[in-house]
Design a protein around this ligand. Structure first.
Ligand code: IMP
Ligand code: MG
Length: 206
């Protein structure tokens, strides 16, 4: 009697285990608006990579003061994690790039919003979430070069090298990724998914 009861209990536990395993695998998928995303880089992997990027930066800039220029919105999470491991004397500024149609000219004008202090003769490291085609970064660097910095480099967590058409590849990057759309860790799909601590890839239909 007793052993029958125990066998039933074991079966119930085993059943629960498989149901929860199934559910957790299902839950690994993320639904953002009309799109489904699947896991790509875990939080632990990202954290380890961010730590090693910071170690390289600490080594390369030893003895120098650095201005970290974080490009909003996408790089808020990466910047926050990276800076916790930076041991150099440093400043951190957050900027945005905006494009607008100038009133006097018909062309598009790019400007950096939030840059208040001069960067002249400073070592500047631009922190970005992803360099994809590189067009955005080329614009940012063109604007920053006018400031006559002592040095100017880019650090991004992701680099879509295969899609890259820009002039300036990031000196520091966490991962080279294929030309697939990703979200999480600051990156968004229509402003959603930035809060996810891991990185997810768009699910391709089979
Ligand atoms: P780029 O000018 O093509 O290098 O990309 C500029 C911006 O597009 C990046 O800073 C991101 O904000 C966004 N972006 C590019 N690829 C992705 C992606 O896979 N997921 C989310 N945002 C992306
Ligand atoms: Mg961005």
């Amino acid at each position: 009697m007793q052993s029958d009861f125990q066998a039933v209990k074991i079966r119930i536990h085993a059943g629960r285990f498989f149901v929860s395993l199934f559910l957790s695998q299902e839950m690994d998928q993320i639904q953002l608006l009309d799109k489904t995303f699947v896991p790509y880089l875990t939080e632990a992997e990202i954290q380890a990579t961010v730590k090693s990027l910071a170690a390289r930066i600490n080594f390369d800039y030893a003895g120098q003061e650095v201005v970290f220029l974080s490009i909003l919105n996408g790089s808020f999470m990466f910047t926050s994690d990276l800076m916790k491991h930076i041991t150099l004397p440093c400043e951190i500024s957050f900027i945005k790039v905006s494009s607008y149609v100038g009133t006097q000219t018909s062309g598009r004008v790019d400007e950096l919003i939030g840059l208040t202090d001069s960067l002249r003769d400073k070592h500047v490291l631009v922190v970005e979430d992803i360099v994809d085609t590189g067009i955005t970064m080329d614009k940012i660097l063109t604007l920053l070069r006018k400031q006559q910095t002592a040095s100017l480099e880019v650090c991004s967590i992701l680099f879509k090298k295969i899609a890259f058409q820009g002039k300036h590849a990031p000196k520091y990057y966490g991962y080279e990724i294929p030309d697939k759309f990703v979200v999480g860790y600051g990156l968004d799909y229509l402003q959603h998914g930035r809060n996810l601590p891991a990185i997810y890839q768009l699910k391709t239909e089979k």
